[in-house]
Design a protein around this ligand. Sequence first.
Ligand code: 5GP
Length: 121
Amino acid sequence: MSHTYDDSNIFAMILRGEIPKSTVIETDNSLAFRDINPQAPVHVLLIPKGKYVTIDDFAANASAEETHDFWATFASIIEREGLREKGFRVISNAGDHGLQEVPHFHLHILGGEVLGPILAR
Ligand code: 5GP
């Protein structure tokens, strides 16, 4: 799978401020916002601001600063959205088999109710 970044993807447009978003947290290197089509009472998308296509691209190529900022922001989301006590689920779709729609790495952070089986196929 190619890690070539497409600047026209919708999260790149969100990062450039070209389309509206519902911000949860923004830092120097990361942005969290609400999914436009929520699949649970809490459905937050967490993205790095850097141009990473998939989770493995980010894992292999992000700087220590970007990586630290990303996971610190993740911890803040769990705290602020009240997900720690009851739990939550994190999903990152990658590539064709993962049915990734938007080719900018993102975590789906889901919670607020019992989420059901991990996969429906
Ligand atoms: P993927 O299939 O790439 O893992 O998920 C992409 C997610 O982005 C979907 O859950 C979809 O609802 C969400 N999404 C697509 N376009 C927009 C948008 O313009 N704004 C927001 N907030 N979410 C979007």
